[in-house]
Design a binder for this molecule. Structure first.
Ligand SMILES: N[C@H](CCC[C@H](N)C(=O)O)C(=O)O
Length: 266
C-alpha cells in the first residue's frame, strides 16, 4: 500500500505521492484510473515527489487525462505546504523556490519562460474558432513553464469557456495543447480570471493561469506589479519582483490522507 495526500489550492485539487523513499512508476492509464472521481481518488492533477540532485525535491505533474505536464502553480503551492518552510523544487518547467507557513505558500515561479513564443496579441483570426465571439479580442499567448493563451474581456462570465476552451486547447496551432484563460481587469491591482485547463477542463483555480494572465496584462501595461487574482475557487496574489520573477502566493490545504494499492489502478 502507498500513502497519499489529498490536497487543494482554492479547489484546484491534487493527489500527492511522496516517492522520495520508495520510487513510484506511473502509466498514463494508471493516472487516468486514479483521477476517476467515481472509481478512483479523483483530482485535477497528480503530484509525484521524487529525490533531486539539484534541489530539495523534484516534482512531476500529471493531468487527469494522463498527460504529464511541466508546471503546476497551485500544485507547487500544495507541495510547498506539504514540505513546510523554505525549499527548492526541480520541475520540467524550470526551477522553483517555495516558502510555506501553515497553509499559506509562496512560490517564486521564476521569470516567464518564453520557450513557447510569447505574443501579446495573437491574431484571433488564426484561431480556428467556429463562431466569432464579439467579446473576444486578440489574446496574449505565452508560457510560464506551461503554455497559456489569455483573453482580456469585459465580462468573463459571458464567455462560454466550456465550449471555447476545448476548441482552442485542441486547435492544430497548438500541437501540445494549451491552457485557456479569460481575464477581466477590475483595477490596477485586481483581476478576475477563469481558466479552461489543458488536460483537465474547467477548474476552480489555476496557478500558472493566474501567473500567465498577470504576466500578459502587465506586459500590456494594464495592471501593476502586485495583483490579486480572483478565480471561482478564491484569490491568489501574483507579484513581479525587480528581477522579473513572478511570485504566486495563496493557501493550500491538506484535505485528508490515505493509503492506496497503486497496482489495482494499473
Ligand atoms: N493543466 C495544466 C497543468 C496544471 C496547471 C494548474 N492546475 C496550475 O495550478 O497551474 C497544463 O496542462 O499545463
Amino acid at each position: 500500500m502507498t500513502k497519499f495526500l489529498k490536497m487543494h489550492g482554492l479547489g484546484n485539487d491534487f493527489m500527492l505521492l511522496d516517492a522520495r523513499e520508495h520510487p513510484v512508476a506511473l502509466t498514463a492509464q494508471q493516472v487516468r484510473n486514479l483521477a476517476d472521481r467515481c472509481t478512483g481518488v479523483g483530482f485535477d492533477q497528480l503530484i509525484l515527489v521524487e529525490p533531486s540532485e539539484t534541489a530539495s525535491v523534484k516534482a512531476r505533474f500529471w493531468n487527469p487525462d494522463g498527460s504529464e505536464v511541466p508546471s503546476c502553480g497551485n500544485g507547487s503551492r500544495a507541495l510547498a505546504v506539504y514540505l513546510g518552510g523554505a525549499a527548492s523544487i526541480e520541475t520540467a518547467g524550470g526551477p522553483l523556490t517555495s516558502a510555506a507557513s501553515g497553509s499559506q505558500a509562496e512560490i517564486d515561479m521564476g521569470p516567464p519562460r518564453w520557450h513557447w513564443e510569447q505574443t501579446l496579441a495573437y491574431p484571433l483570426d488564426t484561431l480556428h474558432l467556429p463562431v466569432s465571439w464579439d467579446e473576444l479580442t486578440d489574446p496574449a499567448a505565452l508560457s510560464v513553464g506551461n503554455p497559456h493563451i489569455v483573453f482580456e474581456v469585459s465580462d468573463p462570465a459571458a464567455i462560454p469557456l466550456e465550449s471555447l476552451g476545448p476548441r482552442i486547447e485542441t486547435d492544430p496551432l497548438f500541437p501540445a495543447g494549451i491552457n485557456v484563460g479569460i481575464a477581466r481587469v477590475d483595477a490596477l491591482d485586481r483581476i478576475t480570471l477563469r481558466v479552461w485547463e489543458r488536460g483537465a477542463g474547467l477548474t476552480r483555480a489555476c496557478g500558472t493561469g493566474a501567473v500567465a494572465a498577470v504576466a500578459a496584462l502587465q506586459k500590456r501595461g494594464r495592471i501593476g506589479a502586485e495583483v490579486t487574482v480572483t478565480m471561482p475557487g478564491g484569490e491568489v496574489r501574483v507579484r513581479r519582483d525587480e528581477s522579473g520573477h513572478l511570485h504566486l502566493a495563496g493557501p493550500a490545504i491538506i484535505s485528508f490522507t490515505g493509503e492506496i494499492d497503486l497496482e489495482a489502478f494499473a
